[in-house]
Design a protein around this ligand. Sequence first.
Ligand SMILES: Nc1ncnc2c1ncn2[C@@H]1O[C@H](COP(=O)(O)OP(=O)(O)OP(=O)(O)O)[C@@H](O)[C@H]1O
Ligand SMILES: [Mg+2]
Length: 246
Amino acid sequence: MMTQTIPKPPDGISTSLVTARGLTKSFGEGNARISVLKGVDLDVFMGEVLLLVGPSGSGKTTLLSVIAGILDADEGELSILEQSITNFSAAAKTQFRRDYLSFVFQQYNLLPTLTAAENAAVPLFIRGVPKKMALETAAEILAELGMGERLQSLPSKLSGGEQQRVAIARALVGDPRLLLCDEPTASLDGETGHKVVEQLQHIGKRSNRAVIIVTHDSRIFEFGDRIVHMEDGQIDQVQHVNGEPT
Ligand SMILES: Nc1ncnc2c1ncn2[C@@H]1O[C@H](COP(=O)(O)OP(=O)(O)OP(=O)(O)O)[C@@H](O)[C@H]1O
Ligand SMILES: [Mg+2]
């Protein structure tokens, strides 16, 4: 039987940005029903980069989607920035997501008719930032990710790793309080992956922000503050990086 422990915050960090208690989620009906989240308890503290690892199918993407308000949990409580998301209407969730969260999807989800710079600028367009300013901000972030020569390219003309960097730039451009990343370095070589993780850390290290990274990539484990292990829809171990499991 797996134990569910509520972890202590890493040294110097005390306030919870995400608090999840008893989250459950199933898909399908009747005999085809599968239980994917089986009572997840998790705290994500301000100023931390949390890595979420676990086997394929263990529920990592589902958990990120519930935290992002893209999927509704069946049961449990979720609060983010001291707001009880569980009780929000669909419209309120959308607004909250737009104002405070960014999500880097495992499948990138770029808009095929927009250039790299336009794709990365979408969150700023939605907030009403003037087009020129939005594109300049997006271009700066893309350049930091080694994409300065690809600003005008459509996604179909970009490699997988380049598309991934556009998706990451789009998540960074709005300076989110909570950044959720699903396998953000899966298509990147070591050096580019390193650059990306440094950008993600910039956000996570700020005292009122946090980053959750789902990853199989052991090259980036050293960049996290804690590693949370997910197994069969539950969190079964939390490890402080360079420390003992709790
Ligand atoms: N919309 C859905 N309908 C039915 N089943 C789903 C749906 N989304 C996910 N599942 C199932 O839920 C389980 C967990 O999926 P999830 O995508 O959360 O896993 P994961 O840990 O992210 O895996 P991976 O490492 O392969 O990305 C899988 O068995 C998957 O088939
Ligand atoms: Mg996944």
